[in-house]
Design a protein around this ligand. Structure first.
Ligand code: C2E
Ligand code: MG
Ligand code: MG
Length: 720
């Protein structure tokens, strides 16, 4: 193949090559003939060498290599035929132009000459006028042939070097040549391919299509690419064929096995659009799918509803039981949701409806379901209740029985938004609303929700300033020894004196503080304030043993939690045994192993530990045995109905008995009536806390209770 821009041309456009200086070997036994030839050829610009017979010509060949030979036929020693044959057998002689000069103008001599490799004949008597031209044309065509050979060789080298399978075809689709590629997957017997039409070895439909493409390529001259699949020994291979027109008569098809590339692309595409854990479509897929449907629904005035579903307390399961259980749970939820969707779709189809559904996982414990209907509103409440049903029973996962609920929110097109972004945002707002009103709920989006979200955002912003603006304050609620009736402790309960909204109870802002991380600085402030207050009362000589402070699980999980407690104790000078930390079961159970070591550290420092709201969480006494705690606080919900509800009474009674068995003190929360107090006393409950003894109140009024006690008035005297 020549890349040098081609051969120079003369004024008439024909190929021209300057052959001057080329070496002509004149072989003739007739010295006059040699002399004449030499003279004429030199005048034409050639260099001339001479040999007097065939043998001398062959010998000379070992010293110089001429560009062309003029060889007399009849010579002594070695005639022209023999010499020509020998020259052809030499390494540089095979393509050399050899012009036989003969007076024997007969066919037999000509045939013999060609058979020994003569390139052409020059018949005597020689036309001296054209000899130079004749030699020049011979040289030129020899050089053209040489270039062609080189070009063919380099083409062949290129083809051999290509890793692809190459098929050369004629215009009618007959294979001219065939080379198997390195991958070997199209390794057919050359005999079965070359000289045959494509349908001999390709499936008929593919052969037909390829023939059509070959014709197209011939017609247009444009390279075409075709991808197709072939099956070999049960394995499907995908090929990419490039059809290129070569010259006027051939099309070359360069075939490459792209199976691996296609598989990798498919895998990448799959991973980009699917969630690896549950294999459900992911958020990107959801976005593409839903936007596509939404554009269509806008044209046909159809309906679309998005449900966002978030598992309640999933993090807790992950933290307490490990991520492998969390993962298994997510997989099981995805299966259960699919089942629920099938039920919904079946019932819709039964009504003759054609709705489309997509279930996807947005990430973590959040799933999204889109329902699409071209002409009817989606029954969101029915669907949500169907989805919720799947969560009504527990699942057994790797030996653990797990019960999980979900909060669901929905938003619909066209009622709640016209673009996907707003619809997802609104469904999310509705889901968060479900969470806030108590989890395991469903809320359909309403525009007031956004104002509620705004409300929360405003509250969040003002909470950030509350600490610095000294808007937070503590109330103290007395804790009574039920045997002696004396105040033994106080529980510090936080409030927020909001400049516009008035006194906000902890439930109104602690969750926000926990979500935003503000709980750490707020919690530290509570600890500091409560410890300072307790120290003040002790220094003033009041008869009180402990100050109880509530801890958020977020605070408890802080790495420098212990360091902070120690620093507060050191700074206030409060004896550690006067500080009781209240933790809920849930916060202890999150990362149980770390909790145990932390609780030991707390206890080793001499602080008191109690479990708050006992009975509302895991209520696992066997677990509690492993934790170094001092007291249980029975949740108010049990005490509330203790007089009327025999179950609550029995549970309270059992908790007290079991706690005593484990050498734990029991405090009853929310004691409001004398009857409750009486019952608790009968069951030997150690301490009580509730409106009956005193509401949470400011330090100034709490002091009055302590003073009154010093004067002999006991709160717990009531009903004794
Ligand atoms: P808790 O620790 O169980 O506190 C007892 C709650 O029950 C208090 O509500 C108290 O006012 C209320 N209570 C006490 N006796 C009675 C009664 O006889 N009847 C009724 N109906 N209620 C009674 P409060 O002050 O609204 O606190 C609610 C929760 O907020 C607390 O529950 C505690 O979990 C949390 N909390 C309070 N202060 C803090 C704090 O400084 N940090 C953290 N992390 N949480 C706090
Ligand atoms: Mg408490
Ligand atoms: Mg409590």
């Amino acid at each position: 193949m020549s890349f040098d821009g081609g051969v120079p041309q003369d004024d008439f456009g024909t190929d021209y090559e300057d052959c001057s200086g080329a070496v002509v070997l004149v072989v003739d036994d007739d010295p006059t003939m040699r002399l004449l030839m030499k003279d004429v050829l030199q005048q034409s610009g050639f260099q001339v060498m001479e040999a007097a017979n065939g043998q001398l010509a062959v010998d000379l060949f070992n010293q110089i290599i001429p560009d062309i030979v003029l060889m007399d036929v009849s010579m002594p020693v070695k005639d022209g035929y023999q010499a020509c044959k020998e020259i052809r057998s030499l390494s540089y002689g095979s393509y050399l132009p050899i012009l036989m000069v003969t007076g024997l103008n007969d066919m037999a001599s000509v045939k013999r000459g060609y058979s020994v490799g003569a390139t052409d004949f020059l018949v005597k008597p020689i036309n001296w006028v054209i000899l130079g031209h004749r030699v020049r044309y011979m040289l030129r065509s020899a050089r053209t042939l040489e270039r062609l050979r080189e070009s063919q060789n380099s083409n062949q080298a290129l083809i051999d070097g290509l890793p692809d399978t190459i098929v050369r075809m004629s215009i009618n689709g007959t294979v001219i040549d065939y080379k198997v590629g390195d991958d070997g997957s199209l390794n057919m017997d050359k005999k079965e391919v070359v000289g045959h039409k494509l349908d001999k070895f390709l499936p008929p439909s593919l052969a037909k299509e390829m023939n059509g493409l070959v014709l197209d390529v011939f017609r247009t001259g444009e390279t075409t690419t075709k991808e197709f699949a072939l099956k070999f020994k049960q394995n499907k291979h995908i090929y990419e064929g490039r059809l290129v027109k070569i010259g006027d008569y051939e099309v070359v098809c360069i075939l490459r096995d792209i199976t691996e590339r296609r598989n990798a692309e498919e895998r990448i595409h799959y991973l980009a659009y699917n969630d690896a854990l549950t294999t459900l479509p992911n958020r990107s897929f959801f976005n593409d799918w839903a936007s596509n449907r939404l554009s269509y629904l806008k044209q046909v005035k159809g309906y679309l509803s998005i449900f966002i579903l978030d598992l309640d307390n999933f993090k807790q399961i992950n933290d307490t039981l490990g991520h492998h259980i969390g993962d298994a749970l997510l997989k099981s939820v995805s299966i259960r949701l699919k089942q629920a969707i099938d039920v919904v779709c079946d019932s819709q189809h039964d009504c003759g409806d054609e709705c489309e559904v997509l279930l996807s996982r947005f990430g973590s414990d959040e799933f999204a379901v889109v329902f699409v209907h071209p002409s009817r509103e989606i029954p969101v409440a029915t669907i949500a209740s169907e989805l919720h049903k799947e969560f009504s029973h527990s699942v057994e996962l790797l030996g653990h029985e797990i019960f999980i609920t979900s909060s669901i929110g929905s938003a619909s097109f066209p009622a709640d938004g016209h673009d996907l972004h707003s619809l997802v945002k609104n469904a999310d707002t509705a889901m968060n609303h479900s969470k806030r009103i108590g989890q395991n709920h469903f809320c359909n989006y309403s525009s007031t929700m956004n104002s509620r979200s705004m409300d929360r955002l405003t509250l969040e912003n003002s909470l950030r300033k509350a600490l610095a603006s000294k808007e937070l304050l503590l109330h103290y609620q007395p804790q009574i020894d039920l045997k002696t009736g004396k105040i033994v402790g106080a529980e510090a309960l936080i409030r927020w004196q909001h400049p516009e909204r008035g006194l906000i109870p902890p439930d109104g802002f602690i969750p926000i503080a926990e979500d935003t991380g503000l709980i750490n600085s707020i919690g530290e402030w509570v600890l500091m304030e409560a410890c300072k207050q307790m120290k003040e009362w002790l220094d003033a000589g009041y008869d009180i043993k402990r100050m109880a402070v509530n801890l958020s699980s977020v605070q408890f999980r802080q790495p420098d939690f212990m360091k902070n407690i120690r620093s507060i104790i050191a700074r206030t000078g409060l004896p550690p045994s006067c500080l009781e930390l209240e933790l809920t079961e849930t916060s202890i159970m999150r990362n149980a192993e770390r909790s145990i070591s932390l609780l030991h550290e707390i206890r080793d420092d001499g602080l008191v530990l109690s479990v708050d709201d006992f009975g509302t969480g895991y209520s696992s006494l066997s677990y509690l045995k492993r934790f170094p705690i001092d007291a249980l606080k029975i949740d108010r919900s049990f005490i509330q109905d203790i007089e009327h509800d025999s179950d609550d009474a029995a549970i309270t009674c059992a908790i007290i008995a079991m706690a005593h068995n484990l050498k734990l003190k029991v405090i009853a929360e929310g004691v409001e009536t004398e009857a409750q107090l009486k019952l608790l006393r009968e069951h030997h409950c150690d301490e009580g806390q509730g409106f009956l003894f005193g509401k949470p109140q400011l330090a100034e009024s709490f002091v009055k209770l302590l003073i009154s006690q010093l004067n002999g008035n006991l709160l717990g005297d009531l009903g004794q």
